[in-house]
Design a protein around this ligand. Structure first.
Ligand code: SF4
Length: 466
């Protein structure tokens, strides 16, 4: 690892970056204009973000608090748990003394904020023995923690066993390399049978015992109930946003998706996240009442990203869509699959509900939620099996009246690259022009932005979408 990258620990850099950025959000217009002129490196990102208004400032506050918690964890006698974005973090907050660090969120922030991306950290993982063909979403931030350029990790708790080999292997590699205790929830290939539900719930209880043992604490039942009640409220607010997204034109700004899922993966159940959602609803309702699109200009077409977004060129993909008047209809990361979500497929057992009646129902709810996080739900089995990737994508494209579908992912994702051509063929058969982006969502070295943009131009023009 280059010594320059170890000079300032990653989490401290993020904590101070977000702390300054959140203060800018509260500044006057004049102060902001002067400040943005003096920070050319980030003004292209910060300026458009802050122009979104209150939700953007609240988002920056959420991230400042998240990284602030991390860098203060040891001073406050807390333990740091390395985890994945597919793991709902509510349980860590219920313990009170556990602080989650979500690798993929760190990778995305590094890729979006820094022109040098997270390439050095990715490469460090391979230098110390991790496979270079693994998913880049973990490697981007993982390298920093392996190199000692991040906070000290106390344990690793994840949930992709049975769903994604590269995700599970990344975390088990990190646990072995750092010599830390590891727990991985396991998922069978099916989601809905009763014995699968019972397996998930039993496994989740074993995870809680692991956290109690290695965190030397037990969780507070009242705090857990409070967090889950808040989470239920957050689900209903996200439902409202998703429902409004069905309108033509779509009144939801595309970048809201990124803010929502980043906040959900780090602050699920937290009150600030609720505040951000309420602030978004205010903007979106106003757009909807006035027949405005969230693009700030007329909507020409609607694109559903049936896998994930692209984070490797600042927010290049979001910018491209906006500039070309294409509404971003969300991606796999946007959806929660609560029982009240507008896009639930209606197959029994595919969604979750939150029941806070007693301790058992709360733990069952958490186990069910974890089994329905984006990838643990949608790509755990064959892509064309019932309620898996194809069915979800078709029903989402339909209810959001998508004009086209776009695949954007990471070449390390064997789960999706192994069958992406098949699902594209099926989506085309159902009438959706479908485009495959060859770039890596997190690693800008795989395909340069000019090529990605040129291929998007070509697709949208030739398929008559603009
Ligand atoms: S993007 Fe693919 S490889 Fe990466 S964590 Fe998700 S399923 Fe796994």
């Amino acid at each position: 690892m280059r010594p320059e990258l170890k000079e300032y620990p990653l989490d401290s850099l993020f904590a101070s970056t977000f702390d300054i950025a959140r203060k800018v959000g509260r500044s006057t217009e004049k102060e902001r204009a002067i400040l943005l002129k003096n920070v050319p490196y980030v003004s292209g990102l910060l300026g458009p973000l802050l122009s979104l208004g209150k939700p953007a400032t609240t988002f920056l506050e959420i991230m400042a608090e998240y990284y602030g918690n991390l860098i203060n964890a040891k001073k406050q006698g807390k333990k740091v748990v390395m985890t994945t974005f597919c793991f709902d973090p509510t349980i860590f907050y219920a313990f009170g003394n556990l602080v989650p660090v979500t690798l993929e969120v760190g990778t995305v922030i590094t890729s979006i904020l820094w022109k040098r991306g997270s390439f050095d950290f990715m490469d460090f993982c391979t230098e110390v023995g991790f496979s270079e063909t693994g998913c880049s979403s973990q490697r981007g931030a993982m390298g920093a923690y392996l190199a000692g350029a991040g906070v000290d990790i106390d344990m690793v708790a994840v949930n992709m066993g049975g769903v994604c080999d590269t995700n599970s292997n990344a975390y088990s590699f990190a646990a072995q390399y750092l010599n830390k205790p590891f727990y991985g929830l396991d998922y069978p290939a099916e989601l809905t049978p009763d014995d699968v539900t019972q397996y998930h719930r039993k496994d989740y209880r074993a995870l809680i015992r692991f956290l109690e043992e290695h965190g030397q604490c037990s969780f507070d039942i009242d705090r857990l109930r409070e967090l889950l009640d808040e989470k239920r409220l957050q689900e209903s607010l996200m439902d409202e946003l998703e429902e409004m997204q069905r309108l033509v034109p779509n009144p939801v700004p595309g970048i809201f998706h990124l803010l929502i899922y980043a906040a959900r993966y780090t602050f699920s159940g937290g009150k600030k996240f609720t505040q951000m959602l309420r602030e978004m609803i205010e903007i979106v309702r106003n757009n909807a009442e006035n027949g405005l699109s969230g693009l700030g200009k007329p909507e020409k077409s609607r694109a559903f990203l049936f896998y994930i977004d692209n984070f490797s060129f600042n927010v290049g993909m979001f910018d491209w869509l906006e500039k070309n008047q294409v509404s971003h209809m969300g991606c796999m990361l946007s959806r929660t699959f609560s029982e009240t979500a507008p896009y639930r497929t209606g197959v029994p057992g595919t969604t979750f509900s939150i029941n806070t009646k007693n301790l058992d129902t709360m733990i069952d709810s958490l186990a069910d939620i974890n089994a329905r996080m984006p990838m643990t739900r949608t790509i755990r089995g064959p892509y064309d099996a019932p309620n898996m990737w194809l069915e979800d994508s078709l029903s989402l494209a339909k209810i959001y009246k998508a004009d086209c579908c776009i695949y954007n992912g990471t070449p390390g994702c064997r789960n999706t690259w192994s069958n992406v051509k098949l699902i594209m063929r099926d989506l085309e058969k159902h009438g959706y022009p479908t485009h495959l982006v060859y770039a890596d969502a997190f690693d800008g070295r795989v395909e340069n932005w000019e090529t990605t943009a040129m291929r998007l131009d070509e697709f949208f023009k030739i398929r008559g979408l603009l």
